[in-house]
Design a protein. Structure first.
Length: 249
């Protein structure tokens, strides 16, 4: 088993792949400026589509394009959209590290928990051409809430996400990428623990017997457990923040 295969095995049956909740996705969707009839929305790094499905339900007059690199996730999004009767949601395999011209442009760009792959500022600079003039974006990003953290947390996050910044530098990075930061919203503790880390811990427990024979899976589980413990201990120092952004017209 390769490290990549182990990663997908660990995450494939989770209810979501980053901290978040349907309730908070909908709250943010209600905050953004009203969308025109026929508006186009893109959800980048959609995973199994929890945010995509919420957006399609909340904006029935808009079309939603869900993008993820992992084909099995896209199959799940497509099947769930069909089950819910959401004809305004399309899911495609795609790489958000570069802009695909076939995606065209959008009134609202959405990304929960995936921008870190490119770094916050790098992701925004890459994705800005996807937005229409005056288009909006909601992007969640792991953010330092208080850098006066214990040494073990500084060491952990310095190793796992050395590019993580606090609200001020992220605001500057967004401006440098050509965005106005309209507002920001912190993610609740429940959205971290109940929606993400509790299921992830249970998944680690379930896969432990198989990991005894699979070094790559054992490593993936150990890494997930380290993150869970670091986030439980460091909740008041690190949190996910949703940044509501606007591309100036």
């Amino acid at each position: 088993m390769t490290p990549e295969t182990a990663f997908w095995l660990l995450f494939e049956d989770l209810p979501r792949h980053a901290p978040g909740s349907d309730r908070e996705t909908l709250n943010w969707a209600r905050c953004v400026a009203p969308l025109r009839p026929g508006a186009r929305i893109i959800d980048l790094g959609c995973g199994i589509g929890r945010a995509s499905l919420c957006l399609a339900r909340h904006f029935p007059e808009a079309t939603v394009l869900a993008i993820d690199l992992h084909a099995p996730f896209i199959e799940k999004v497509t099947a769930e959209a069909k089950r819910q009767g959401l004809t305004n949601l399309e899911a495609r395999v795609g790489d958000f590290s570069k802009v695909d011209p076939s995606w065209e442009t959008f009134d609202l760009l959405w990304c929960e928990g995936a921008a870190y792959h490119l770094g916050f500022g790098g992701a925004l600079a890459t994705w800005r051409p996807l937005l229409t003039p005056s288009g909006q974006a909601v992007v969640t990003e792991a953010t330092w809430l208080n850098k006066a953290a214990p040494a073990n947390l500084l060491e952990f996050w310095g190793r796992e996400y050395p590019g993580m910044e606090s609200l001020g530098p992220n605001t500057v990075a967004a401006q440098d990428a050509g965005f106005q930061v309209v507002d920001s919203f912190g993610l609740s503790r429940s959205a971290w623990w109940d929606e993400y880390y509790r299921p992830l811990r249970a998944r680690c427990d379930a896969l432990e017997p198989q990991a005894a024979e699979e070094p790559a899976l054992r490593d993936a589980i150990a890494m997930a457990r380290r993150e869970i413990e670091a986030c439980i201990e460091g909740y008041y120092y690190v949190g996910y923040v949703a940044y509501w952004l606007k591309r100036p017209g």
